[in-house]
Unconditional design. Structure first.
Length: 329
Protein backbone atom coordinates (compact mmCIF):
# COMPACT_ATOMS: atom_id res chain seq x y z
CA UNK A 1 0.00 0.00 0.00
CA UNK A 2 2.83 2.42 0.84
CA UNK A 3 4.27 1.53 -2.57
CA UNK A 4 1.25 2.93 -4.44
CA UNK A 5 1.03 6.00 -2.20
CA UNK A 6 4.67 6.74 -3.01
CA UNK A 7 4.16 6.04 -6.70
CA UNK A 8 1.21 8.41 -6.82
CA UNK A 9 3.20 11.08 -5.02
CA UNK A 10 6.10 10.73 -7.47
CA UNK A 11 3.78 11.00 -10.47
CA UNK A 12 2.05 14.02 -8.92
CA UNK A 13 5.38 15.71 -8.21
CA UNK A 14 6.61 15.13 -11.77
CA UNK A 15 3.34 16.47 -13.11
CA UNK A 16 3.47 19.59 -10.95
CA UNK A 17 6.85 20.48 -12.47
CA UNK A 18 5.12 20.82 -15.83
CA UNK A 19 2.43 23.09 -14.41
CA UNK A 20 -0.31 20.51 -15.06
CA UNK A 21 -1.49 20.59 -11.45
CA UNK A 22 -2.58 24.22 -11.91
CA UNK A 23 -5.29 23.32 -14.37
CA UNK A 24 -8.86 24.15 -13.44
CA UNK A 25 -9.96 20.50 -13.53
CA UNK A 26 -8.22 17.99 -11.34
CA UNK A 27 -5.42 16.28 -13.31
CA UNK A 28 -5.94 12.54 -13.66
CA UNK A 29 -3.19 10.05 -12.80
CA UNK A 30 -3.82 6.50 -14.02
CA UNK A 31 -2.44 3.18 -12.78
CA UNK A 32 -2.58 0.30 -15.27
CA UNK A 33 -1.72 -3.16 -13.94
CA UNK A 34 -0.91 -6.37 -15.80
CA UNK A 35 -3.34 -8.95 -14.38
CA UNK A 36 -6.35 -9.30 -12.07
CA UNK A 37 -4.67 -10.73 -8.98
CA UNK A 38 -4.90 -10.34 -5.20
CA UNK A 39 -1.55 -8.54 -5.22
CA UNK A 40 -3.09 -5.70 -7.20
CA UNK A 41 -6.15 -5.56 -4.94
CA UNK A 42 -3.79 -4.45 -2.18
CA UNK A 43 -2.22 -1.97 -4.58
CA UNK A 44 -5.66 -0.63 -5.47
CA UNK A 45 -6.27 -0.05 -1.77
CA UNK A 46 -3.01 1.90 -1.72
CA UNK A 47 -4.31 4.04 -4.58
CA UNK A 48 -7.45 4.85 -2.62
CA UNK A 49 -5.32 5.87 0.34
CA UNK A 50 -3.18 8.02 -1.95
CA UNK A 51 -6.34 9.69 -3.26
CA UNK A 52 -7.11 10.95 0.24
CA UNK A 53 -3.60 12.36 0.50
CA UNK A 54 -3.65 13.98 -2.95
CA UNK A 55 -7.00 15.81 -3.09
CA UNK A 56 -5.91 17.99 -6.02
CA UNK A 57 -5.61 14.96 -8.28
CA UNK A 58 -7.98 12.23 -9.47
CA UNK A 59 -6.44 8.75 -9.32
CA UNK A 60 -7.64 6.01 -11.67
CA UNK A 61 -6.88 2.29 -11.28
CA UNK A 62 -7.32 -0.01 -14.30
CA UNK A 63 -7.27 -3.82 -14.65
CA UNK A 64 -7.08 -5.50 -18.08
CA UNK A 65 -10.00 -7.81 -18.90
CA UNK A 66 -7.38 -10.21 -20.26
CA UNK A 67 -3.73 -10.17 -19.42
CA UNK A 68 -2.45 -9.37 -22.91
CA UNK A 69 -0.21 -6.66 -24.33
CA UNK A 70 -2.90 -5.62 -26.83
CA UNK A 71 -5.53 -5.03 -24.16
CA UNK A 72 -3.11 -3.24 -21.86
CA UNK A 73 -2.12 -1.00 -24.77
CA UNK A 74 -5.76 -0.29 -25.55
CA UNK A 75 -6.38 0.77 -21.95
CA UNK A 76 -3.49 3.23 -22.13
CA UNK A 77 -4.59 4.56 -25.52
CA UNK A 78 -8.08 5.19 -24.13
CA UNK A 79 -6.65 6.95 -21.08
CA UNK A 80 -4.53 9.24 -23.28
CA UNK A 81 -7.59 10.03 -25.38
CA UNK A 82 -9.46 10.88 -22.16
CA UNK A 83 -6.70 13.37 -21.30
CA UNK A 84 -4.90 11.78 -18.36
CA UNK A 85 -1.78 13.66 -17.34
CA UNK A 86 0.31 10.64 -16.29
CA UNK A 87 0.21 6.85 -16.54
CA UNK A 88 1.95 4.40 -14.19
CA UNK A 89 2.03 0.94 -15.81
CA UNK A 90 3.30 -2.53 -14.96
CA UNK A 91 4.22 -3.68 -18.50
CA UNK A 92 3.21 -7.19 -19.48
CA UNK A 93 6.04 -7.41 -22.02
CA UNK A 94 9.08 -5.16 -21.41
CA UNK A 95 10.17 -5.55 -25.03
CA UNK A 96 6.90 -4.31 -26.53
CA UNK A 97 8.14 -0.73 -26.43
CA UNK A 98 6.58 0.76 -29.55
CA UNK A 99 3.25 1.56 -27.92
CA UNK A 100 4.94 2.48 -24.64
CA UNK A 101 7.02 5.02 -26.51
CA UNK A 102 3.93 6.34 -28.25
CA UNK A 103 2.24 6.81 -24.87
CA UNK A 104 5.39 8.44 -23.50
CA UNK A 105 5.19 10.96 -26.32
CA UNK A 106 1.64 11.91 -25.34
CA UNK A 107 1.68 11.94 -21.54
CA UNK A 108 4.02 11.38 -18.59
CA UNK A 109 4.79 7.64 -18.47
CA UNK A 110 6.22 5.72 -15.51
CA UNK A 111 6.70 1.99 -14.96
CA UNK A 112 6.07 0.24 -11.67
CA UNK A 113 6.62 -3.27 -10.26
CA UNK A 114 8.10 -4.42 -13.58
CA UNK A 115 10.22 -2.17 -15.78
CA UNK A 116 10.53 -1.60 -19.52
CA UNK A 117 14.03 -0.18 -19.49
CA UNK A 118 14.24 0.14 -23.28
CA UNK A 119 11.20 2.40 -23.42
CA UNK A 120 11.06 6.17 -23.06
CA UNK A 121 9.37 6.05 -19.66
CA UNK A 122 10.38 8.82 -17.24
CA UNK A 123 11.31 6.51 -14.37
CA UNK A 124 10.80 3.06 -12.86
CA UNK A 125 9.23 2.95 -9.39
CA UNK A 126 9.85 -0.34 -7.62
CA UNK A 127 12.30 -2.62 -5.88
CA UNK A 128 15.31 -4.37 -7.38
CA UNK A 129 13.83 -7.62 -8.60
CA UNK A 130 17.27 -9.16 -9.15
CA UNK A 131 18.25 -8.42 -5.55
CA UNK A 132 14.94 -9.94 -4.41
CA UNK A 133 15.66 -13.11 -6.39
CA UNK A 134 19.16 -13.30 -4.97
CA UNK A 135 17.73 -12.97 -1.46
CA UNK A 136 15.33 -15.83 -2.25
CA UNK A 137 18.34 -17.88 -3.35
CA UNK A 138 20.06 -17.23 -0.03
CA UNK A 139 16.95 -18.37 1.84
CA UNK A 140 16.81 -21.50 -0.34
CA UNK A 141 20.42 -22.33 0.56
CA UNK A 142 19.66 -22.07 4.26
CA UNK A 143 16.50 -24.16 3.93
CA UNK A 144 18.01 -26.85 1.66
CA UNK A 145 21.73 -27.17 2.48
CA UNK A 146 21.96 -30.55 0.73
CA UNK A 147 20.52 -29.23 -2.53
CA UNK A 148 17.14 -29.62 -4.20
CA UNK A 149 15.20 -29.23 -7.42
CA UNK A 150 12.98 -26.13 -7.43
CA UNK A 151 10.01 -24.87 -9.46
CA UNK A 152 9.18 -21.22 -10.02
CA UNK A 153 5.64 -19.87 -10.32
CA UNK A 154 4.92 -16.36 -11.55
CA UNK A 155 2.13 -14.28 -13.06
CA UNK A 156 3.84 -13.58 -16.40
CA UNK A 157 6.80 -15.35 -17.97
CA UNK A 158 7.49 -12.39 -20.26
CA UNK A 159 7.57 -9.75 -17.53
CA UNK A 160 10.89 -8.17 -16.62
CA UNK A 161 10.33 -8.72 -12.91
CA UNK A 162 10.24 -12.49 -13.51
CA UNK A 163 13.43 -12.66 -15.59
CA UNK A 164 15.27 -10.42 -13.11
CA UNK A 165 14.13 -12.48 -10.12
CA UNK A 166 15.06 -15.72 -11.90
CA UNK A 167 18.53 -14.41 -12.68
CA UNK A 168 18.92 -13.21 -9.11
CA UNK A 169 17.82 -16.59 -7.73
CA UNK A 170 20.29 -18.47 -9.92
CA UNK A 171 23.02 -16.10 -8.80
CA UNK A 172 22.05 -16.68 -5.17
CA UNK A 173 22.26 -20.48 -5.43
CA UNK A 174 25.36 -20.57 -7.65
CA UNK A 175 27.85 -23.22 -6.52
CA UNK A 176 25.21 -25.32 -4.74
CA UNK A 177 23.18 -28.40 -5.65
CA UNK A 178 20.01 -26.29 -5.85
CA UNK A 179 18.62 -26.02 -9.39
CA UNK A 180 15.63 -24.16 -10.79
CA UNK A 181 14.13 -26.90 -12.94
CA UNK A 182 11.39 -24.87 -14.59
CA UNK A 183 9.18 -21.81 -14.20
CA UNK A 184 5.60 -21.40 -15.31
CA UNK A 185 2.71 -18.99 -14.97
CA UNK A 186 0.08 -19.85 -12.38
CA UNK A 187 -3.43 -19.71 -13.89
CA UNK A 188 -5.40 -16.79 -12.54
CA UNK A 189 -7.74 -16.10 -10.95
CA UNK A 190 -7.94 -19.16 -8.71
CA UNK A 191 -8.47 -19.31 -4.99
CA UNK A 192 -5.41 -19.49 -2.75
CA UNK A 193 -6.07 -23.16 -1.95
CA UNK A 194 -6.56 -24.00 -5.61
CA UNK A 195 -3.33 -22.24 -6.50
CA UNK A 196 -1.54 -24.33 -3.87
CA UNK A 197 -3.08 -27.50 -5.33
CA UNK A 198 -2.13 -26.47 -8.85
CA UNK A 199 1.44 -25.77 -7.79
CA UNK A 200 1.77 -29.08 -5.95
CA UNK A 201 0.35 -31.00 -8.91
CA UNK A 202 2.60 -29.25 -11.43
CA UNK A 203 5.68 -29.82 -9.29
CA UNK A 204 4.78 -33.51 -9.10
CA UNK A 205 4.52 -33.83 -12.87
CA UNK A 206 7.66 -31.80 -13.59
CA UNK A 207 9.85 -33.58 -11.06
CA UNK A 208 8.54 -37.03 -11.93
CA UNK A 209 6.76 -37.73 -8.65
CA UNK A 210 4.13 -40.50 -8.69
CA UNK A 211 0.43 -39.69 -9.35
CA UNK A 212 -2.43 -39.17 -8.63
CA UNK A 213 -2.61 -35.64 -9.93
CA UNK A 214 -5.46 -33.16 -9.65
CA UNK A 215 -7.34 -32.41 -12.87
CA UNK A 216 -7.39 -28.80 -14.02
CA UNK A 217 -11.18 -28.79 -14.06
CA UNK A 218 -11.20 -29.84 -10.40
CA UNK A 219 -9.42 -26.60 -9.54
CA UNK A 220 -12.25 -24.50 -10.96
CA UNK A 221 -15.08 -23.25 -8.77
CA UNK A 222 -18.41 -23.26 -10.57
CA UNK A 223 -21.82 -24.91 -10.95
CA UNK A 224 -24.99 -24.55 -13.00
CA UNK A 225 -26.56 -21.26 -11.92
CA UNK A 226 -29.09 -20.73 -14.74
CA UNK A 227 -30.90 -23.16 -17.07
CA UNK A 228 -29.40 -23.76 -20.50
CA UNK A 229 -31.94 -22.22 -22.88
CA UNK A 230 -30.40 -22.33 -26.35
CA UNK A 231 -27.78 -24.46 -28.11
CA UNK A 232 -26.19 -22.94 -31.23
CA UNK A 233 -25.06 -25.91 -33.31
CA UNK A 234 -23.41 -24.22 -36.29
CA UNK A 235 -19.83 -24.86 -37.32
CA UNK A 236 -17.12 -22.33 -36.61
CA UNK A 237 -16.80 -19.47 -39.10
CA UNK A 238 -20.51 -19.58 -39.96
CA UNK A 239 -21.56 -16.31 -38.36
CA UNK A 240 -21.50 -17.60 -34.80
CA UNK A 241 -19.94 -14.40 -33.44
CA UNK A 242 -22.71 -12.33 -35.05
CA UNK A 243 -25.21 -14.71 -33.47
CA UNK A 244 -23.42 -14.36 -30.13
CA UNK A 245 -23.66 -10.57 -30.40
CA UNK A 246 -27.35 -10.68 -31.37
CA UNK A 247 -28.23 -13.00 -28.49
CA UNK A 248 -26.53 -10.64 -26.04
CA UNK A 249 -28.64 -7.79 -27.45
CA UNK A 250 -31.73 -9.91 -26.78
CA UNK A 251 -30.76 -10.31 -23.13
CA UNK A 252 -29.20 -13.76 -23.23
CA UNK A 253 -25.80 -14.63 -21.77
CA UNK A 254 -24.08 -16.82 -24.39
CA UNK A 255 -20.85 -18.77 -23.95
CA UNK A 256 -18.79 -18.34 -27.12
CA UNK A 257 -15.07 -18.66 -27.65
CA UNK A 258 -15.00 -14.89 -27.17
CA UNK A 259 -15.98 -15.55 -23.55
CA UNK A 260 -13.50 -18.40 -23.20
CA UNK A 261 -10.75 -16.09 -24.44
CA UNK A 262 -11.47 -13.65 -21.61
CA UNK A 263 -10.45 -16.40 -19.20
CA UNK A 264 -8.16 -18.27 -21.56
CA UNK A 265 -5.58 -19.43 -19.02
CA UNK A 266 -8.34 -21.30 -17.18
CA UNK A 267 -10.91 -22.31 -19.80
CA UNK A 268 -8.65 -23.42 -22.65
CA UNK A 269 -6.47 -25.87 -20.65
CA UNK A 270 -9.65 -27.33 -19.14
CA UNK A 271 -11.31 -27.88 -22.53
CA UNK A 272 -8.15 -29.52 -23.86
CA UNK A 273 -8.08 -31.75 -20.77
CA UNK A 274 -11.70 -32.74 -21.40
CA UNK A 275 -10.95 -33.59 -25.04
CA UNK A 276 -7.93 -35.66 -24.03
CA UNK A 277 -10.11 -37.63 -21.62
CA UNK A 278 -12.82 -38.15 -24.25
CA UNK A 279 -10.71 -39.13 -27.24
CA UNK A 280 -7.39 -40.31 -25.82
CA UNK A 281 -8.44 -41.89 -22.53
CA UNK A 282 -6.27 -39.52 -20.51
CA UNK A 283 -7.93 -39.12 -17.13
CA UNK A 284 -11.53 -39.27 -15.99
CA UNK A 285 -14.09 -38.37 -18.67
CA UNK A 286 -16.14 -35.26 -18.10
CA UNK A 287 -19.78 -35.24 -17.07
CA UNK A 288 -22.31 -32.48 -16.58
CA UNK A 289 -20.67 -31.34 -13.35
CA UNK A 290 -17.40 -30.58 -15.11
CA UNK A 291 -19.14 -28.90 -18.02
CA UNK A 292 -21.18 -26.68 -15.70
CA UNK A 293 -18.07 -25.51 -13.89
CA UNK A 294 -17.08 -23.54 -16.98
CA UNK A 295 -20.49 -22.61 -18.39
CA UNK A 296 -22.79 -22.61 -15.36
CA UNK A 297 -23.56 -18.88 -15.46
CA UNK A 298 -24.37 -18.90 -19.20
CA UNK A 299 -27.78 -19.73 -20.69
CA UNK A 300 -26.69 -20.10 -24.34
CA UNK A 301 -23.90 -22.29 -25.65
CA UNK A 302 -22.26 -22.70 -29.01
CA UNK A 303 -21.20 -26.22 -28.07
CA UNK A 304 -18.11 -26.86 -30.18
CA UNK A 305 -15.84 -28.90 -27.94
CA UNK A 306 -18.60 -29.36 -25.38
CA UNK A 307 -20.73 -31.51 -27.70
CA UNK A 308 -17.79 -33.85 -28.12
CA UNK A 309 -17.39 -34.16 -24.38
CA UNK A 310 -20.94 -34.29 -23.05
CA UNK A 311 -24.50 -34.59 -24.34
CA UNK A 312 -26.26 -31.26 -23.89
CA UNK A 313 -29.95 -30.40 -23.60
CA UNK A 314 -31.71 -27.09 -24.09
CA UNK A 315 -35.14 -25.67 -24.88
CA UNK A 316 -34.19 -24.30 -28.32
CA UNK A 317 -31.68 -25.09 -31.03
CA UNK A 318 -30.05 -22.73 -33.52
CA UNK A 319 -28.19 -23.90 -36.63
CA UNK A 320 -25.94 -21.67 -38.74
CA UNK A 321 -24.17 -22.64 -41.96
CA UNK A 322 -22.33 -20.75 -44.74
CA UNK A 323 -23.31 -20.65 -48.43
CA UNK A 324 -22.14 -23.65 -50.42
CA UNK A 325 -19.79 -21.48 -52.48
CA UNK A 326 -17.76 -20.60 -49.38
CA UNK A 327 -17.29 -24.27 -48.48
CA UNK A 328 -16.32 -24.99 -52.09
CA UNK A 329 -13.80 -22.14 -52.07
Amino acid sequence: MKYLVSAAAIAAAALSLTGGAMAQDKPQLAFVVNIAADFWKAAEAGTKKAQAELPNYQLIFKYPDQSTVAIQNQIMDDLVTAGVKAIMVSPIDPNAVDNLNKIAGQTALFTMDSDAAKSKRIAYVGSSNEALGEQAGQIAKEAMPNGAKCMGFVGHLDAANYTERRDGFNKGVAGTQITLVDTMAVPMPLSRQHNITFVNTTIGRTLGLPPPYVRKIDLVDGKREVPMKILCLGYSRTGTFSLYTALKMLGYNPYHMAEAAKNANIDMPCWIEGLDAKFHGKGKPWGREEFDKLTGKFDVRRPGWATWIWKLTARRLSLTFPPFCLWRR
